[in-house]
Design a protein around this ligand. Structure first.
Ligand code: GLC
Length: 446
């Protein structure tokens, strides 16, 4: 009986492993390990969702959500002419916001390539009046400004016939054909080779869409229907650029061959969205939380739910409190400009990061776990406690004390009265000295 159970578990594990193929025996190169360390210290990046969908101002899922046929959607590239696009401006905007890297959509679920690819002619150079490779311009600007560049790459494709069997999304789109999955894998390999050959150093590939091929009964996911050939895709990437970090938004525990783990619209392990990564699946690789400024990834004309400055500061502080980066999204408009509300948000974040970045960049998880009222980070012997909703003049940190050398109010570099007891540490923060958004206490340890 017992043996049967063990045997069954073993075969099940083998079965699922055979469906999610990993890059087996992956040993990250020295360059890759250094890149991971850089990534962990970077803490803040810009996510950019930009494609022909931006024209419709209804997010990047518009093809699926409005059930736009293949034929009608293919008219969009003809209207895409971003005359205000200025890659240098975007990169400088990211840099001024305190961001260290940019992750941009090279091809999203709509299947349209925003770069000069020879694997298809459904791309920006062949189909739009603009006719230029926007990723090349961005790559040049990033390299010039010392901002690292990552490419988002969709595994799922609503346009190609060879994305077959189809997944659970995009099934209301008329005009989709049938084809051979192996051709699709070959197509992705050809594109990834281009992306990792023609744009200089690429710091990461951000895969998305894995979940499209999972069986779904309306309530929960079942097994995977296809083989994504991750063993081959991941190996190809690492062979072409060993330092290139691979992440996959599959919402699972990391698969061998990956170099960082991302959490979509959630802090690591929280899964408040219900479709995210569960606490059990939080692994040991560097973390990245991604979030939008309003509620949309791609440009959405009607989405005015912009997060406040306070919300954004609290989110980066909490992310850092989990040891994670924050990848904050903008969805540029079809003319190539970033909407003014988001420019404003980035500017404010930049100001805050210039003053307080020391408590975020290069830090590790602090001793006090993040909550709605507090988060902490640590760099060497310095702990930064961020008070996110403090009104009481006394802060109590349970079981904390013994090693304390001195305590300062970070923003003013002035000493704070405190008392070490057997229960923990009591710190006095005068009301007048509190910051409306985040009061930072610096604790120097012995
Ligand atoms: C989801 C969405 C996709 C978006 C991504 C960003 O996977 O499908 O549109 O690009 O999240 O995290």
């Amino acid at each position: 009986m017992k043996f049967h159970k063990v045997f069954l578990t073993f075969t099940l594990i083998l079965f699922f492993n055979s469906l999610v193929q990993s890059q087996e025996n992956y040993t990250p190169s020295q360059e890759n390990l250094m890149a991971r360390e850089w990534f962990q210290n970077a803490k803040f990046g810009m996510f950019i969702h930009w494609g022909v969908y931006s024209i419709l101002g209804d997010g990047e899922w518009v093809m699926n959500n409005q059930n736009i046929s293949i034929e009608n959607y293919a008219k969009l590239p003809g209207f895409f002419n971003p005359i205000k696009y200025n890659a240098e401006e975007w990169v400088k905007m990211a840099k001024d916001a305190g961001m260290k890297y940019i992750t941009i959509t090279s091809r999203h679920h709509d299947g349209f390539s925003m770069f000069d690819t020879h694997a298809t002619d459904y791309d920006i150079v062949d189909q739009t009046p603009y006719g230029k490779d926007v990723l090349k311009q961005l790559a040049d600007a990033c390299h010039k400004e010392g901002i690292k560049l990552f490419f988002y790459y969709s595994l799922l494709d609503w346009h190609r016939d060879d994305y077959y069997p189809r997944g659970r999304t995009g099934n209301g789109i008329e005009g989709r054909g049938t084809g051979d999955w192996n051709n699709y894998i070959a197509f992705m390999k050809a594109q990834l080779t281009e992306l990792l050959t023609n744009y200089g150093e690429i710091s990461g590939i951000w895969f998305d869409g894995h979940w499209d091929q999972k069986e779904w009964d309306g309530k929960k996911f079942g097994k995977l229907k296809v083989d994504w050939h991750y063993d081959e895709l991941y190996k190809l990437i690492h062979d072409l650029q060993p330092q290139c970090l691979i992440g996959n938004n599959h919402h699972l525990a990391p698969i061998e061959g990956e170099d960082f783990q991302m959490f979509e619209k959630d802090l690591p392990g929280k899964n408040t969205t219900g479709f995210g990564t569960s606490a059990d699946d939080v692994g040991q690789l560097p973390y990245e939380v991604c979030e939008t400024i309003n509620n949309s990834w791609g440009f959405n004309l009607q989405d005015n739910k912009h997060k406040s400055f306070e919300d954004l500061v609290h989110y980066i502080v909490k992310s850092a409190g989990y040891g994670s980066n924050l990848l904050l999204n903008v969805g540029p408009m079809p003319n190539g400009e970033i909407q003014k509300e988001h420019k404003e948000a980035l500017k404010n974040m930049g100001e805050w990061m210039r003053k307080n970045g020391e408590t975020i960049y290069g830090t590790k998880i602090g001793p006090i776990p993040p909550s709605d009222s507090m988060a902490s980070t640590q760099k060497g012997k310095t702990v930064y406690v961020h008070l996110l909703s403090q009104s009481d003049e006394v802060v109590f940190l349970r079981d904390f004390g013994k090693d304390v050398k001195h305590i300062n109010l970070y923003q003013k570099q002035q000493p704070l009265k405190h008392k070490i007891t057997t229960y923990g540490l009591f710190i006095e923060v005068p009301k007048a000295e509190m910051d409306a958004v985040d009061t930072i206490i610096e604790i120097n340890l012995r």
